[in-house]
Ligand binder design. Structure first.
Ligand SMILES: [Fe+2]
Length: 309
C-alpha cells in the first residue's frame, strides 16, 4: 500500500534509520533510553495508523484468542503510536512485564536477561512510509503491536521468563570450560539452537486454537501479508512442534517462512522450554546443524562476559 495519505512533516521524527535522538543515545553508549514521545512526527503516527488499519481484520481472523484479549486489555491505540507508560500501566498488573525503551540492538544475553526480569527491550522508532511491508529490523509496531499483547497472558509471560533462564544456564554451563576455542564452539551451537527455538516459537509460532490453526508469533502478528500466508498458503509446511527438528532447522531471514511449528497450548510451549534447558544441561546441543541464524560477535561476547549472579 502506498503512503499517499502521508504528508511531509517539519519535525525530525523517530523514523527507523533516521532518528537523531536514538542515534545520539547509541553513540553515547546508552542502551536504555526514554521514549521521547513528543519527537514523533505526524508522519510517524500516520504510519502506525495505516499499519494498524491494514492488519486489524487479519488479527480477528488469524490471531490466537490470548493475543486479541491482550490488545483489548492494553487498550492499544489504533490511530497513533502508543505511549509505553500507558501500556505498562495496564500490562504490569497482569503479568509483571514491562516494555522498556532501548536505543537499538540489544546483545543476546542482555536481551534474555531482560526477559528473565520481565522487561521487554522495546524499539521506539517506526518504519518509514516507503517500507510499510517489510523491515528486517524490529520497529515499535513489531515490538508493541506484535509482541506485547502476548505478554498479558500469564503462561506465555512465564515462558519468556524460562527463555531468559535458559540463557543464564547456557552461560553458566559453558563458563567452566577451560579450552577457550571449545567453549566458544559449544556456546555458539547452544546459542544457535536457542535462537532457532525462539524464532520458530515467540517470533513465528502457530498454535491450535478454537477455530483451527492460529498465530501467536510476533513476526506474523506484525506482518499483514505474512500472517495470512502463514495460515492460508498451501506452500507452508505446518508441523507439530518437535524440539529436535526446530533446533536444527535453518531459519528464513528475508523471505516468508516455509516451515512453521504448531504448539497445542502455552503450557505445551512452557514444557518444551523446560525440555530445552534439560537438553542443554545434558550436553545435547553442542553440535546443532550449521546455517542461519548466524551467531553475531556481539551476542557471543555478551554470553562470554555474562555476570552470573
Ligand atoms: Fe521480535
Amino acid at each position: 500500500m502506498s503512503g499517499t495519505l502521508i504528508t511531509s512533516d517539519p519535525k525530525l521524527g523517530l523514523t527507523t534509520g533516521n532518528a537523531p535522538f536514538v542515534e545520539q543515545a547509541r553513540s553515547r553508549g546508552e542502551l536504555y533510553i526514554t521514549q521521547a514521545y513528543e519527537l514523533y512526527s505526524d508522519e510517524n503516527h500516520e504510519v502506525w495508523r495505516q499499519l494498524y488499519a491494514r492488519i486489524q481484520h487479519n488479527w480477528e481472523r488469524y490471531a490466537n484468542p490470548q493475543f486479541l484479549s491482550g490488545v483489548r486489555a492494553l487498550d492499544l491505540p489504533h490511530d497513533r503510536i502508543p505511549r509505553l507508560s500507558a501500556i505498562n500501566r495496564r500490562l504490569e498488573p497482569l503479568t509483571g512485564f514491562q516494555a522498556k525503551p532501548v536505543s537499538g540492538y540489544v546483545p543476546g544475553f542482555i536481551f534474555f536477561d531482560c526477559l528473565r526480569r520481565r522487561e521487554f527491550p522495546t524499539t521506539i522508532t517506526i518504519r518509514p512510509p516507503d517500507r510499510m511491508d517489510y523491515l528486517p529490523e524490529p520497529d515499535i509496531f513489531h515490538d508493541i503491536a506484535g509482541h506485547v499483547p502476548m505478554h498479558t497472558d500469564r503462561r506465555f509471560a512465564d515462558t519468556l521468563v524460562r527463555f531468559g533462564e535458559c540463557a543464564f544456564t547456557a552461560a553458566e554451563i559453558t563458563s567452566g570450560i577451560d579450552d577457550y576455542a571449545e567453549r566458544v564452539r559449544r556456546l555458539t551451537s547452544i546459542m544457535r539452537a536457542m535462537s532457532r527455538f525462539f524464532w520458530f516459537t515467540v517470533e513465528f509460532g502457530l498454535m491450535r486454537g478454537p477455530k483451527g490453526i492460529c498465530a501467536y508469533g510476533s513476526g506474523l502478528l506484525s506482518s499483514n501479508t505474512e500472517l495470512e500466508h502463514a495460515i492460508e498458503s498451501d506452500e507452508v509446511q505446518r508441523y507439530p512442534l518437535q524440539l529436535e527438528w526446530v533446533i536444527n532447522q535453518v531459519a528464513e531471514i528475508d523471505n516468508f517462512q516455509q516451515i512453521l511449528f504448531v504448539v497445542d497450548s502455552f503450557d505445551h510451549l512452557f514444557s518444551e522450554v523446560d525440555r530445552f534447558e534439560q537438553w542443554m544441561r545434558d550436553g545435547k546441543l553442542y553440535n546443532v546443524a550449521p546455517g542461519l541464524p548466524d551467531v553475531a560477535e556481539g551476542d557471543l561476547r555478551s554470553f562470554l562476559e555474562a555476570t552470573l549472579v
